[in-house]
Write a protein that binds this ligand. Structure first.
Ligand code: DO4
Ligand code: MG
Length: 284
């Protein structure tokens, strides 16, 4: 099962559960934020009480975060990411050091309202020139800092802007269409070992597969609860938070996304996320 947000034609967004090809509302709850204010045990009980099912083809699926929810990202958590940053950057040291430092790299990627989800366009910056998708396992934590689920995040990134100077990371990482989440959250109690999941990335350009890559969350150097604990030390997340755990797949430097590319991410047991690339606004 997946926790979802959905909308019937003309209706309001509703928190629900998707099972196969149907969705059903969680009785007594409208926003996902209300569910993420519950403890993990109470959430599990709540999603057992559902209203009438409707076919998923009758609804629009929405990004699985609302209210004051935020998406954060961890960076340089896989050896591959450390290597790729050191190759692209004018400041190699910072990436080398953060990979093994006690404090992880964490950054605010997106408020709930700016997210896109399955089937919606993803953006690349028109003033960038070198852009890649970053397919990442994303942790869903409730307001109490408990891990209650997992989804997929595409942490789209400008390699040229970040490579020029790491102080430009917020501009390399935060822009319209730059953060996509899969349309469902797999509850944590259904995922036997989140540190042993295969992640696949395929990028299609017309009829061609122009990039394929695969990794496993077993290669992630940080503990999942450790990352959440660091995030919660100075912050409250009253409506829950999603933390993407970093990428272990980075194309070689000669690859860059183009408008019209189709980016497909699959994470075993969690789901899939497919979007088409669009170029954003005019350069400033
Ligand atoms: O250090 C920059 C960001 C790295 C990142 O997003 C990742 O490793 O996934
Ligand atoms: Mg990333």
């Amino acid at each position: 099962m997946h926790l979802v947000r959905y909308q019937l034609p003309g209706g309001r967004p509703q928190a629900g559960v998707r099972t196969g090809d149907t969705v059903a509302p969680v009785l007594g709850f409208t926003e996902l934020a209300e569910l993420l204010r519950l403890t993990a045990d109470d959430l599990r009980a709540a999603v057992g009480k559902l209203g009438d099912e409707v076919p998923v083809s009758d609804v629009r699926l929405l990004p699985p975060l609302d209210g004051r929810g935020e998406v954060w990202c961890a960076g340089v958590t896989y050896e591959r990411s450390r290597g790729a940053r050191m190759e692209e950057s004018s400041q190699q040291d910072v990436y080398d050091k953060v990979y093994s430092a006690k404090r992880p790299e964490l950054f605010l990627k997106s408020p709930a309202w700016r997210l896109v989800t399955e089937g919606e366009p993803i953006g690349i910056r028109s003033d960038s020139g070198h852009d890649v998708p970053e397919p990442e396992l994303a942790i869903v934590a409730n307001a109490h800092g408990e891990i209650v689920g997992f989804t997929i995040c595409n942490d789209l990134s400008s390699r040229s802007i970040e490579g020029e100077n790491p102080l430009y990371i917020p501009q390399a990482k935060v822009f319209a269409g730059g953060c996509a989440l899969a349309a469902g959250i797999r509850p944590a109690w259904e995922v036997a070992d989140p540190k042993d999941l295969t992640i696949d990335l395929v990028i299609r350009r017309g009829a061609d597969e122009v990039f394929t890559g695969t990794t496993s969350t077993a290669k992630l150097v940080r503990g999942l609860q450790d990352l959440i604990d660091v995030l919660f030390v100075p912050n409250d997340f009253p409506d829950g938070v999603i933390l993407a755990t970093g990428t272990g797949i980075v194309p070689e430097l000669d690859f860059a996304l183009q408008a019209g590319d189709v980016v497909e991410i699959a994470i075993a047991e969690i789901g899939t996320l497919t979007n088409t690339v669009a170029v954003g606004r005019e350069p400033f």
